[in-house]
Design a binder for this molecule. Structure first.
Ligand SMILES: CC(C)(COP(=O)(O)OP(=O)(O)OC[C@H]1O[C@@H](n2cnc3c(N)ncnc32)[C@H](O)[C@@H]1OP(=O)(O)O)[C@@H](O)C(=O)NCCC(=O)NCCS
Length: 383
């Protein structure tokens, strides 16, 4: 296997983007990532596009063909990758595998979702849960994560305030990110008094409904300096599957797919949790941020709440989490999220993260999951 590097990245503004179509979003992300990499479109050998549900959100299937055509890159092969909210993370992993195996040299991995054009996005998002066991019984993602939160509170004493602090820290970072959907600071009181969504989760515990796209350009590590003065290297890539339905799990306070994907990524990189300087984790709801820092091994099981309360995950803390603002503040356009996480880590490791820069960051991680953890992808990068 060859080592792989990232030589170009781009993220569009995230938000409710009335004037930008699905095709405009992915075209902007793809072309600007190629420009960032200093290559020409004809240098590309393959494209992998993460997208959860263009069919239901914008009534467009066969998006791989649409995108290759739209960006003027026919006949470059373009493949759609779908794993719910982990679609971007798997598009990244497929691009890495294509380059690592020697099958392709220069590859784009991208992600896109346009969620705000439907009147009610919840039934669309819910298609990523188990239809027979969960959705047809009335469950959706806020209520499934609410059960995980309640159980975590019961088992470990995690408090309502600790969940709120996870959102507050995200927004503190997101306020410094011009690409974020909700770039404003919030307080614990605002979280606790925001409208109830699924007890105990309130509006400000939830990632929003978002339009956006992001892209990265990959090449063999040995060629990276031809294109970039600041290539970022892929050190580890792990993917794992878990049960799609919650009731089949031995324990709903642990996401096993995260644990397994992380183990694989750490093993490939020859690194341990203590070696990671910062991470972008999949906080689709505040509870999942707390589960993530436990399941990725940054803190012991059950210690996520106190760790957040003690400031460990702040930008100047022991393990800065979600310097981009995370899914909560930066936004969560499902298929684009895994790629946007990689873009943030690349900017941080290049030293280009502006006011939210973590000084001296050398090793970063991304953690992207689908549904309540039916799929997980974990990547480790270094400069
Ligand atoms: C939480 C949620 C239900 C709120 O949706 P909603 O009640 O329809 O909210 P609206 O779009 O009517 O917005 C109401 C207000 O809150 C704001 N808002 C909406 N979601 C927000 C969020 N997550 N954070 C902060 N503000 C938010 C809106 O901007 C709007 O503000 P305004 O009145 O000043 O314009 C929705 O964002 C949601 O479903 N989130 C989860 C998405 C999800 O499941 N993703 C996959 C995870 S696995």
């Amino acid at each position: 296997m060859r080592d792989v590097a990232i030589i170009g990245v781009y993220q569009t503004k995230f938000g409710e983007l009335w004037d930008t179509s699905f095709r405009d979003l992915i075209t902007e992300a793809g072309i600007r990532a190629i420009v960032d990499a200093g290559i020409e479109g004809q240098d590309l050998e393959a494209m992998f596009i993460g997208n959860m549900s263009a069919g239901l959100f914008v009534e467009q299937e066969h998006i791989a063909s649409l995108i290759a055509d739209q960006v003027g890159l026919n006949p470059v092969p373009c493949t759609r990758v779908e794993a719910a909210c982990a679609s971007g993370g798997l598009a990244l992993r497929n691009g890495i595998m294509a380059v690592a195996s020697g099958f392709n040299d220069i590859v784009v991995s991208a992600g896109v979702e346009k969620m705000t054009d439907v009147v009610d996005p919840t039934p669309v998002i819910s298609t990523a849960a188990d239809q027979e066991w969960e959705v047809q019984q009335g469950a959706n993602f806020p209520s499934l994560y609410a059960m995980m939160a309640r159980r975590h509170m019961h088992e470990y004493g995690t408090t309502r305030e600790q969940l709120a602090i996870f959102s507050v820290v995200n927004h503190k970072n997101g306020a410094l990110n011009p690409l974020a959907q909700f770039p404003m600071e919030i307080t614990v009181d605002q979280v606790l008094n925001s409208s109830m969504v699924a007890d105990p989760l309130r509006l400000l515990d939830c990632s929003p409904v978002t339009d956006g796209a992001a892209a990265v350009v990959l090449c063999p590590a040995e060629d990276a300096h031809k294109y970039s003065d600041t290539p970022i290297y892929v050190k580890g890539s792990g993917q794992a599957s878990g049960t799609i339905a919650l009731h089949e799990r031995r324990d709903i306070t642990t996401i096993d797919s995260t644990v397994h994907a992380a183990k694989r990524a750490y093993k490939m990189a020859g690194l341990q949790p203590k070696d990671i300087d910062l991470a972008e984790v999949h906080d689709c709801f505040s509870i999942n941020g707390i589960l993530a820092i436990e399941d990725l091994g940054f803190v012991e099981k059950g210690e996520g709440g106190p760790a957040v309360e003690d400031g460990l995950t702040e930008r100047d803390g022991q393990i800065p989490i979600n310097t981009s603002g995370g899914l909560k503040s930066r936004g969560h356009p499902l298929g684009a999220t895994g790629i946007a996480q990689a873009a943030e880590i690349v900017w941080q490791l290049r030293g280009e993260a502006g006011k939210r820069q973590v000084e001296g960051a050398e090793i970063g991680m991304t953690h992207n999951i689908g549904g309540t953890g039916g799929t997980a992808a974990v990547h480790i990068f270094s400069n």
